[in-house]
Design a protein around this ligand. Sequence first.
Ligand code: BV8
Ligand code: ZN
Length: 251
Amino acid sequence: MITEAAVIPGELIDKLADSRKIVFFTGSGVSAESGIPTFRGDDGLWKKFSAQELANFDSFMRNPDMVWEWYQYRRRIIHDSEPNAGHRAIVDFEKYFDVTVITQNVDDLHHRAGSSHVLELHGNITRNKCTQCGEIFTGEVRLEDRKPPRCACGALIRPDVVWFGENLPEGVYEKAEESCEACDMMFVVGTSGVVYPAALLPSAALSSGAIVVDVNIDEEDHQHNRRFFLKGRSGDVLPALFERVKILKEY
Ligand code: BV8
Ligand code: ZN
């Protein structure tokens, strides 16, 4: 069922009102309205750069300054950005539901918006760690620094994000899978579902009986069948959804 943001089916709202545990599974689309480029969109990071080239360990070790600068460029954009209405609506849902946010994004915006339970599948661009001893780097990194710093052990410092070909942080994917299997409803928000294993999570929710709702500006981007598809920007759809369920909950 494909509906424009303005028309949210009553059946969806009734099922949402009866839910207890909900998951928001988000991709870069949820941050697009904060001015952060997505990966595959027209202004996408994958258009100008090949993220799969840059977001990998070998490229970093071959040319640390180039890869570091790409992350510094993204950090400067994120530094000047704010969480948007979509991030804030996800926090609002905590008033009535047990909410878990599972994000593929590394921009820290769900934390900055105030979400209390966030699983970051691919790390966090505001953190850095050592390429050798893995220690989180607590030294100063200014946004204009053009070279990666060095750890006390002498090795290069890198962004604490998951690069292509790297495993996800210990235990995070398992916790995400458990949340998907235990939830009553999962909102898949602003993701094209091309990156694995994250892209398997909506099917884990579906096969456990959850209702899966896609929120996206583009109805092409979906590899799993979903119960509902709300076409629109997450910054419009999620606040509209919250307002509708608030009426049921409050009156
Ligand atoms: C791993 C951090 C085990 C870094 C990221 C061949 C086939 C299948 C899989 C593979 C394969 N070869 C290799 C793999 C595995 C690989 C993979 O999936 N590759 C893909 C590309 C083919 N995965 C991995 O390597 C993962 N690790 O598998 O470990 C292993 C170990 C050793 C050896 C092998 C395997 C690690 C993947 C993590 C990569 N790191 N980020 C950084 O950011 O620099 S991924 C990065 O890209 C993001 O984090 C995000 O996950 C992904 C982009 O996806 P989206 O978020 O969906 O963004 P996209 O632009 O694509 O879509 C935006 C959507 O929003 C669109 O649908 C658009 O319509 C919509 N939208 C836009 N605006 C709005 C909107 N919707 C609503 N409102 C709006 N306003
Ligand atoms: Zn070190």
